[in-house]
Ligand binder design. Structure first.
Ligand code: MG
Length: 203
């Protein structure tokens, strides 16, 4: 199982990062050891002093595919959930300055908390999904999929040109603006169309 993450898929987030708004999808991967499931506590890693939350809608791949056409991409995922793409922003910044890969900042153990999934059919229009991250009850990020630069189907078509998608793979589809630091003791809750789908604590 692999975790594919899309970077800069919401223009306002690209701007807040002072990054270019991309003209084609940007992706990177996390290993399976990045997964943190079932609301288990996340332990603040020692190697960073600036760990940021990025709430993202997550697609679960439901069949094997390579060179998937955009028109058929919807047949390759049947469940949708929420996750956090934790990012050690201080380390990422150093990697960016040196032109180095981001894995140290993005792909560490437990860097991909994952909530519960729901059948996509029950969600209605996938291009109009509200999602939200609350920390200690306060809204920190709120997005809607109609602001995606690259739709779920476009992302699947793009990534599958390079990488075979397999059943159980996860695609974290990018974060809206409002990313920021977390601290020990924070309680994170993710909502998809108003329903709580993710909950865990920073220890
Ligand atoms: Mg992200």
């Amino acid at each position: 199982m692999k975790i594919i993450c899309i970077g800069r898929n919401y223009a306002e987030h690209a701007r807040e990062m002072k990054s270019e708004v991309p003209t084609e999808p940007v992706y990177f991967m996390k290993p399976d050891t990045a997964l943190l499931k079932d609301g288990e506590a996340f332990y603040y890693p020692e190697f960073t002093k600036d760990l940021h939350h990025e709430i993202e809608i997550v697609l679960k791949i439901s069949k094997v595919g390579k060179h998937i056409q955009e028109a058929f991409a919807h047949k390759y995922y049947d469940e949708i959930g929420l996750g956090i793409d934790f990012t050690a922003r201080d380390i990422q910044q150093k990697c960016k300055e040196k032109g180095l890969p981001w894995e140290k900042a993005k792909a560490f153990d437990n860097s991909a908390p994952l909530g519960t999934f729901i059948k996509k059919e029950t969600l209605g229009d996938l291009n109009n999904l509200d999602f939200e991250l609350k920390i200690n009850g306060e809204t920190r990020q709120a997005g809607n999929t109609n602001d995606l630069l690259f739709s779920f189907d476009k992302v699947i078509a793009y990534v599958s040109q390079f990488v075979t998608l397999k059943t159980g793979d996860l695609i974290y589809t990018g974060t809206p603006e409002g990313v920021g630091p977390v601290k020990v003791g924070d309680k994170l809750q993710g909502f998809l169309k108003g329903e709580k789908r993710l909950e865990f604590e920073i220890k």
